[in-house]
Structure formats: C-alpha cells, structure tokens
Design a protein. Sequence first.
Length: 139
Amino acid sequence: MVSRMKLLPLLLATLSLFSFARAAEVPAISPAEAAKLVAAGQAVLIDVREPSEWADTGVAAPAVLLPKSEFDAGQIGDWKDFLAKVGDKQILTYCRSGRRSGAVAEALAAQGHKVANAGPFEAWKAAGLPTRKATEPAK
C-alpha cells in the first residue's frame, strides 16, 4: 500500500496543474466598438436576455435574439442554425448586466468561435446607439 506521504506530493502536483487551467479569455468591448464592427460586417451582435426582457426594454437595433436559457438547456436548434451562418465573423454578446453574455461568450470561445462581450444593454442605450422593439426586424 502506498503511504499517504508519497501520495501527497502527487496530489499537490496534480492540483497545481489544474489551477492553471482557465476558462477561455473573452475580451470586453464597448457598445460603440460593437456597433462599428457590426456596421462594417465584421461581427454579429447577439442579445442573450430572455424574451420578457426584450419586450420590456427593447433591444439593440442590429441584434439577433437568442436567449441564454435555450443555450443552457440544450435547446440550441436556433443557436446551431445561427452559428452555421456566422462563418468567420466575430460574435458579440450582450445582456442586462454582462454576466450572462460573458458566460455565453466563454462557451462559444471554448468551441473555437471568435467572440467578445459587448456588456450590458443599458450601456448600449446610454451611448445613444439605435434600439428597436423585439418584434421588429433587426436593422
């Protein structure tokens, strides 16, 4: 039987290896930069909030509406269709606070997509960037 004293260094070495493993690094960009990239055709913007939030506050004018809850629940038919059409464009995500959009961006980055977190919707509105009702088509 291997003594505990011999296992301790092995355990510590293993734990130290895992401490260096990190989630995919996702850059944060400003709403103005996001709008510029989308207008230039270099990126697509995704609103990952829920439909009730879209109805209450409106959405960024160029945003594609794909809720994070569907991404999390594995109901990703719309997500798969969308990702198949994106090609090599950068994917920019936003939500109410930046937390959900950051989580989606990290997951997409881990799948090999080029992503950035465009932060909270309130920052988009505060920057005076165009918005629309969720029932209107993206502009």
